[in-house]
Design a protein around this ligand. Sequence first.
Ligand SMILES: [Zn+2]
Ligand SMILES: [Zn+2]
Length: 262
Amino acid sequence: MSKPKSDLKLRERAKEHLEQAKSLLASPTETNICYAALELRLCIECLAYRLLELYKPQSSFEAISKWQPDKMLKELVAVAGGVTSDLVIKIDFPGAETVEATEKRPDVKWVRSNWQALGSFLHTPTIHQMSKGRKKDSADAEARLQAIIEELDRIFSSEIFDIVLEFGTAWPCSCGFMINRSPHWLASNNRTSCSECGTEYEVYAADNEIRYRPIVIDWLCSECGTKNEIPIHKIKSNAECKCSFCGTNYKLKEQFRITKKT
Ligand SMILES: [Zn+2]
Ligand SMILES: [Zn+2]
Protein backbone atom coordinates (compact mmCIF):
# COMPACT_ATOMS: atom_id res chain seq x y z
CA MET A 1 0.00 0.00 0.00
CA SER A 2 1.41 3.41 -0.84
CA LYS A 3 0.46 7.05 -0.89
CA PRO A 4 2.03 8.91 -3.82
CA LYS A 5 3.06 12.47 -3.13
CA SER A 6 1.17 15.21 -4.92
CA ASP A 7 2.87 18.43 -5.87
CA LEU A 8 -0.33 19.54 -7.55
CA LYS A 9 -2.30 19.42 -4.26
CA LEU A 10 -5.42 18.41 -6.16
CA ARG A 11 -7.37 17.17 -3.13
CA GLU A 12 -6.71 20.44 -1.30
CA ARG A 13 -7.74 22.41 -4.37
CA ALA A 14 -10.92 20.34 -4.69
CA LYS A 15 -11.81 21.14 -1.06
CA GLU A 16 -11.23 24.87 -1.64
CA HIS A 17 -13.59 24.82 -4.65
CA LEU A 18 -16.23 23.01 -2.57
CA GLU A 19 -16.01 25.55 0.26
CA GLN A 20 -16.20 28.40 -2.25
CA ALA A 21 -19.38 26.88 -3.76
CA LYS A 22 -20.94 26.56 -0.30
CA SER A 23 -20.25 30.18 0.57
CA LEU A 24 -21.71 31.36 -2.77
CA LEU A 25 -24.87 29.31 -2.16
CA ALA A 26 -25.31 30.98 1.23
CA SER A 27 -26.80 33.85 -0.89
CA PRO A 28 -28.37 31.89 -3.78
CA THR A 29 -28.83 34.65 -6.36
CA GLU A 30 -28.90 33.62 -10.04
CA THR A 31 -25.31 34.86 -10.45
CA ASN A 32 -24.06 33.08 -7.34
CA ILE A 33 -25.70 29.80 -8.44
CA CYS A 34 -23.86 30.07 -11.76
CA TYR A 35 -20.49 30.67 -10.05
CA ALA A 36 -21.19 27.92 -7.49
CA ALA A 37 -21.84 25.50 -10.39
CA LEU A 38 -18.45 26.44 -11.84
CA GLU A 39 -16.72 25.88 -8.46
CA LEU A 40 -18.35 22.44 -8.10
CA ARG A 41 -17.31 21.48 -11.62
CA LEU A 42 -13.72 22.44 -10.78
CA CYS A 43 -13.98 20.46 -7.51
CA ILE A 44 -15.07 17.30 -9.39
CA GLU A 45 -12.30 17.78 -11.96
CA CYS A 46 -9.64 18.07 -9.22
CA LEU A 47 -10.92 14.88 -7.51
CA ALA A 48 -10.93 12.97 -10.80
CA TYR A 49 -7.43 14.16 -11.73
CA ARG A 50 -6.13 13.21 -8.27
CA LEU A 51 -7.35 9.64 -8.88
CA LEU A 52 -5.53 9.66 -12.20
CA GLU A 53 -2.41 10.97 -10.48
CA LEU A 54 -2.63 8.18 -7.87
CA TYR A 55 -3.08 5.49 -10.51
CA LYS A 56 -0.61 6.91 -13.01
CA PRO A 57 1.55 3.75 -13.04
CA GLN A 58 -1.54 1.69 -13.93
CA SER A 59 -2.94 4.07 -16.52
CA SER A 60 -2.02 4.70 -20.11
CA PHE A 61 -0.65 7.71 -21.92
CA GLU A 62 -3.97 8.09 -23.77
CA ALA A 63 -5.89 8.31 -20.46
CA ILE A 64 -3.59 11.04 -19.16
CA SER A 65 -4.11 13.17 -22.22
CA LYS A 66 -7.92 13.09 -22.04
CA TRP A 67 -9.10 16.15 -20.24
CA GLN A 68 -12.79 15.43 -19.61
CA PRO A 69 -12.95 13.90 -16.11
CA ASP A 70 -15.76 11.48 -16.96
CA LYS A 71 -14.01 10.04 -20.03
CA MET A 72 -10.67 9.98 -18.25
CA LEU A 73 -12.14 8.08 -15.26
CA LYS A 74 -13.92 5.62 -17.57
CA GLU A 75 -10.61 4.81 -19.21
CA LEU A 76 -8.87 4.60 -15.84
CA VAL A 77 -11.48 2.10 -14.60
CA ALA A 78 -10.90 0.07 -17.77
CA VAL A 79 -7.17 -0.29 -17.06
CA ALA A 80 -7.09 -0.45 -13.27
CA GLY A 81 -10.62 -1.65 -12.34
CA GLY A 82 -12.51 -0.57 -9.20
CA VAL A 83 -10.69 2.78 -9.01
CA THR A 84 -13.85 4.78 -8.47
CA SER A 85 -15.42 2.45 -5.90
CA ASP A 86 -15.20 3.16 -2.18
CA LEU A 87 -12.13 1.40 -0.82
CA VAL A 88 -12.44 -0.44 2.50
CA ILE A 89 -9.21 -1.22 4.34
CA LYS A 90 -9.25 -3.74 7.20
CA ILE A 91 -6.24 -4.33 9.42
CA ASP A 92 -6.14 -7.29 11.82
CA PHE A 93 -4.10 -6.87 14.97
CA PRO A 94 -3.44 -10.15 16.84
CA GLY A 95 -5.51 -10.25 20.03
CA ALA A 96 -7.26 -6.98 19.24
CA GLU A 97 -10.28 -5.82 17.27
CA THR A 98 -10.03 -5.41 13.49
CA VAL A 99 -9.55 -1.78 12.45
CA GLU A 100 -11.60 -0.77 9.43
CA ALA A 101 -11.52 2.48 7.46
CA THR A 102 -13.09 3.57 4.18
CA GLU A 103 -11.87 5.87 1.47
CA LYS A 104 -14.97 7.32 -0.20
CA ARG A 105 -14.52 8.05 -3.88
CA PRO A 106 -16.50 9.68 -6.69
CA ASP A 107 -18.23 7.03 -8.79
CA VAL A 108 -17.62 7.30 -12.54
CA LYS A 109 -21.37 7.41 -13.38
CA TRP A 110 -21.94 10.09 -10.75
CA VAL A 111 -19.07 12.15 -12.18
CA ARG A 112 -20.42 11.82 -15.71
CA SER A 113 -24.00 12.90 -14.95
CA ASN A 114 -23.21 15.66 -12.46
CA TRP A 115 -20.19 17.20 -14.18
CA GLN A 116 -22.21 17.51 -17.37
CA ALA A 117 -25.30 18.81 -15.53
CA LEU A 118 -23.20 21.50 -13.85
CA GLY A 119 -22.07 22.66 -17.29
CA SER A 120 -25.68 23.41 -18.22
CA PHE A 121 -25.90 25.97 -15.38
CA LEU A 122 -23.03 27.96 -16.87
CA HIS A 123 -24.99 29.07 -19.91
CA THR A 124 -27.70 31.61 -20.40
CA PRO A 125 -30.79 30.15 -22.14
CA THR A 126 -30.56 30.40 -25.94
CA ILE A 127 -32.64 33.04 -27.76
CA HIS A 128 -34.87 30.21 -28.97
CA GLN A 129 -35.40 28.95 -25.40
CA MET A 130 -36.05 32.49 -24.09
CA SER A 131 -38.55 33.20 -26.87
CA LYS A 132 -40.43 30.11 -25.72
CA GLY A 133 -40.57 31.60 -22.24
CA ARG A 134 -37.92 29.40 -20.67
CA LYS A 135 -36.11 31.02 -17.75
CA LYS A 136 -33.50 29.65 -15.45
CA ASP A 137 -35.24 27.89 -12.57
CA SER A 138 -33.11 28.97 -9.61
CA ALA A 139 -34.86 26.73 -7.06
CA ASP A 140 -34.27 23.58 -9.15
CA ALA A 141 -30.67 24.56 -9.85
CA GLU A 142 -29.98 25.23 -6.17
CA ALA A 143 -31.48 21.85 -5.18
CA ARG A 144 -29.29 20.07 -7.74
CA LEU A 145 -26.18 21.86 -6.50
CA GLN A 146 -27.00 21.03 -2.87
CA ALA A 147 -27.35 17.33 -3.79
CA ILE A 148 -23.90 17.46 -5.44
CA ILE A 149 -22.46 19.15 -2.35
CA GLU A 150 -23.93 16.36 -0.18
CA GLU A 151 -22.05 13.69 -2.19
CA LEU A 152 -18.83 15.76 -2.17
CA ASP A 153 -19.13 16.17 1.62
CA ARG A 154 -19.48 12.38 1.85
CA ILE A 155 -16.27 11.96 -0.17
CA PHE A 156 -14.37 14.47 1.98
CA SER A 157 -15.59 12.76 5.16
CA SER A 158 -13.31 9.76 4.39
CA GLU A 159 -11.26 8.63 7.39
CA ILE A 160 -8.45 7.75 4.98
CA PHE A 161 -7.66 8.89 1.46
CA ASP A 162 -5.18 8.60 -1.43
CA ILE A 163 -4.74 4.87 -0.83
CA VAL A 164 -3.35 2.75 -3.66
CA LEU A 165 -3.07 -0.99 -3.27
CA GLU A 166 -0.03 -2.20 -5.13
CA PHE A 167 -0.76 -5.14 -7.35
CA GLY A 168 -0.11 -6.49 -10.80
CA THR A 169 3.06 -6.56 -12.83
CA ALA A 170 5.56 -3.71 -12.66
CA TRP A 171 8.53 -2.92 -14.88
CA PRO A 172 10.82 0.10 -15.30
CA CYS A 173 10.44 2.11 -18.48
CA SER A 174 13.57 3.42 -20.20
CA CYS A 175 12.60 6.90 -18.89
CA GLY A 176 12.82 5.61 -15.30
CA PHE A 177 9.06 5.55 -14.62
CA MET A 178 7.68 2.34 -13.03
CA ILE A 179 4.80 1.03 -15.15
CA ASN A 180 2.30 -1.17 -13.30
CA ARG A 181 -0.51 -3.12 -14.93
CA SER A 182 -3.22 -4.87 -12.92
CA PRO A 183 -4.23 -8.53 -13.39
CA HIS A 184 -7.61 -7.12 -14.53
CA TRP A 185 -5.87 -5.26 -17.37
CA LEU A 186 -3.42 -8.05 -18.22
CA ALA A 187 -6.28 -10.51 -18.68
CA SER A 188 -7.43 -8.83 -21.86
CA ASN A 189 -4.61 -6.63 -23.19
CA ASN A 190 -1.20 -7.15 -24.72
CA ARG A 191 -0.11 -3.64 -25.58
CA THR A 192 0.31 -0.52 -23.46
CA SER A 193 2.25 2.72 -23.20
CA CYS A 194 4.24 4.48 -20.48
CA SER A 195 2.19 7.23 -18.79
CA GLU A 196 5.27 9.41 -18.51
CA CYS A 197 7.00 9.28 -21.91
CA GLY A 198 4.60 7.40 -24.22
CA THR A 199 6.95 4.47 -25.04
CA GLU A 200 4.77 1.59 -26.26
CA TYR A 201 5.21 -1.95 -24.96
CA GLU A 202 4.08 -5.37 -26.01
CA VAL A 203 3.18 -7.45 -22.94
CA TYR A 204 3.15 -11.23 -23.27
CA ALA A 205 3.37 -14.40 -21.21
CA ALA A 206 6.35 -16.78 -21.52
CA ASP A 207 7.55 -19.53 -19.14
CA ASN A 208 4.70 -18.68 -16.73
CA GLU A 209 5.94 -15.12 -16.44
CA ILE A 210 4.62 -11.80 -17.66
CA ARG A 211 7.22 -10.20 -19.95
CA TYR A 212 7.38 -6.92 -21.80
CA ARG A 213 9.35 -5.40 -24.65
CA PRO A 214 9.29 -1.94 -26.24
CA ILE A 215 7.71 -1.88 -29.69
CA VAL A 216 10.32 -0.67 -32.19
CA ILE A 217 10.78 -0.50 -35.95
CA ASP A 218 14.12 -1.61 -37.42
CA TRP A 219 15.85 0.53 -40.04
CA LEU A 220 19.15 0.31 -41.90
CA CYS A 221 21.65 3.16 -42.13
CA SER A 222 22.27 3.85 -45.82
CA GLU A 223 25.79 5.12 -45.03
CA CYS A 224 27.25 2.25 -42.98
CA GLY A 225 24.60 -0.51 -43.16
CA THR A 226 24.12 -0.68 -39.37
CA LYS A 227 20.74 -1.97 -38.19
CA ASN A 228 19.12 0.62 -35.92
CA GLU A 229 15.76 0.78 -34.22
CA ILE A 230 13.28 3.55 -33.47
CA PRO A 231 10.51 3.34 -30.84
CA ILE A 232 7.11 3.21 -32.55
CA HIS A 233 5.74 6.18 -30.55
CA LYS A 234 8.46 8.39 -32.12
CA ILE A 235 7.39 7.63 -35.67
CA LYS A 236 5.81 10.78 -36.98
CA SER A 237 6.39 13.11 -39.90
CA ASN A 238 9.60 15.18 -39.62
CA ALA A 239 10.85 13.26 -36.53
CA GLU A 240 14.63 12.92 -36.44
CA CYS A 241 16.83 9.93 -35.68
CA LYS A 242 20.53 9.10 -35.78
CA CYS A 243 22.56 6.05 -36.73
CA SER A 244 23.95 4.53 -33.52
CA PHE A 245 27.21 3.58 -35.29
CA CYS A 246 28.24 6.36 -37.69
CA GLY A 247 26.07 9.18 -36.30
CA THR A 248 24.41 10.07 -39.62
CA ASN A 249 21.25 12.10 -39.00
CA TYR A 250 17.94 11.13 -40.63
CA LYS A 251 14.51 12.71 -40.89
CA LEU A 252 11.23 10.77 -41.22
CA LYS A 253 9.10 11.59 -44.25
CA GLU A 254 5.52 10.46 -44.78
CA GLN A 255 4.84 8.92 -48.19
CA PHE A 256 1.80 7.57 -50.01
CA ARG A 257 2.24 4.31 -51.90
CA ILE A 258 -0.06 2.69 -54.42
CA THR A 259 -0.39 -1.03 -53.66
CA LYS A 260 -2.36 -3.81 -55.32
CA LYS A 261 -5.73 -4.33 -53.64
CA THR A 262 -6.00 -7.75 -51.96
ZN1 LIG B 1 8.57 6.01 -19.96
ZN1 LIG C 1 25.40 4.49 -39.96
